[in-house]
Write a protein that binds this ligand. Sequence first.
Ligand code: F6R
Length: 614
Amino acid sequence: MCGIVGYVGAKPAEAVVIEGLRRLEYRGYDSAGIALVDGGAIVSDKRAGKLANLEKAIADSPLPQVTTGIGHTRWATHGPPTDRNAHPHLGRARRVALVHNGIIENFAELRGRLESEGVEMASDTDTEVAAHLLEEQLETGVDLTVAMQNVCRGLEGAFTLVAVDSQDPDRVVAARRNSPLVVGIGEGENFLGSDVAAFIEHTREAMELDQDQVVTITREGVSVSGFDGTPAEGRRYHVDWDLSAAEKDGHDWFMRKEIFEQPRALADSLLGRRGTDGLLQLDEMRLSDQDLRDIDKIIIIAAGTSFYAGMVAKYAIEHWCRIPVEVELASEFRYRDPILTASTLVVAISQSGETADTLQAIRHARVQRSKVLAICNTNGSTIPRESDGVIYTHAGPEIGVASTKGFLTQLVACYLLALYLAQVKGTRFGDEISQVMDQLEEMPGHVETVLAKAEEVYALARDHVDNRSVLFLGRHAGYPVALEGALKLKEIAYLHAEGFAAGELKHGPIALVEEGLPILCVVPPRGRDQLHDKMISGIQEVRARGARTLCLAEEGDTTITPYADVLITLPQVPVLLQPIVAVVPLQLFACELATQLGHDVDQPRNLAKSVTVE
Ligand code: F6R
């Protein structure tokens, strides 16, 4: 997820673009760049780090005062956050400058073709190929709009592209497929942005585009077409949000916005994982197939929410790959003298990539000669840099302190790792792996279905504002979901909340149950007869002692009805994948309850987003 701005009008483009980028910095902040069209040439500057670094560079070496420009704040996906990988990217003749949000899935193939024709790449990004392809098109004599249509037809993946042509200074052209882009409509000026925050201080008139469309803005107007050149109409609307709501896409909190971004984040995290031969490819893996075949034990280390993703990973890896997996809190790992050998794979899960406990744990593992694989959302952060391989989750930056889309995309990365190991070790047939991939690819749609019922969950949360304690029960892959549901409630609603494995109830926790105590129960799919039935027994036990049972169960599970005071239905999915859909109502529940209690949901007391001390 990156921030994109485009401008053409009468004002100084540099100021409009930089201001727009400042408003979009929450979308990505590991590097920033700008390109202006100045009398037949592109003038560009780009810097790693926060936008302030770019502003300082511009202050030291001012850009020309011109009125057409584009800009970008990056959240790295391909290539570390360095000056050379920052956007804009230029074509080899420096005629085109281009910025991009998303992932071009077939970039490797396109890059190979361009390199074989003598194009020298100036970056490690997937984006740069699009700049070269656009320039190639312009050289055939078409204009930037047609060039963009032609290039987009050959791209796969999800992308928003915005480009300028030095030979056509009054035109900015953009395209979108499954990635955000809005047009701001002004008087004698027009804007492009990843969202309306980019231009809201200039105009509140906006235009929405459909998928697979190209838009051209000039001072005089806006025109839209399909990738095939067919003219199209955008949908105009008036923005009545204030700036802070605009950054949050109309939501009251970044956390809520991030919960609703999960279908997109899941889809992005799955992009480009299947090769043309149908095999899984994890190209940031850097560990050879032989290294992976030699693995005889996996230890997953993580903290907090990431630890719960690791617990789910254990179920998946052991089931699909038959490799023993231990899951360990990073803060405990070093202090128990863990048995590590060269055939142990240590998997470090960290959204931020900077958590000190996890970092110290991987350093310890590497000293013992174990291989370390990171699962991380932050390209270029310390944990992936110090690991032997990395699977990046593509959630985009998570601003709310409580992790939501970070967790869901970690789950996807864990499933991908498990399937990849199964492929390499041959513990599952190719068609079985493909079937799970198909099921994973259906997950964004299933999460949409759950989100469509948000109001039902909010009403439930409002009914519980007076409760001081809430318990969560789960079994198997639903157990980490129960723990995560409880953690969310502790973090942002400051309520006493505990998650339990349902089978453990009678070994102690059931003593906590009293009249009216709300217990959120994650019911496994019916396909797992024993697991499902055992869970129902657990629910009966707590209900018999006066608990109010709030049950999450799959659509059509009528066996739960007699024991559920409240029933929230989930889409039917396989048991191992159920955490992806089951955790979403728990996130919504915590977010709404905390809102009702008047807490700062995005910055809960005593917590920090990145815990860089042990
Ligand atoms: C909970 C939460 C924390 C983090 C934990 C690890 O909502 O965000 O529990 O999961 O601090 O952080 P990362 O994943 O950045 O290592």
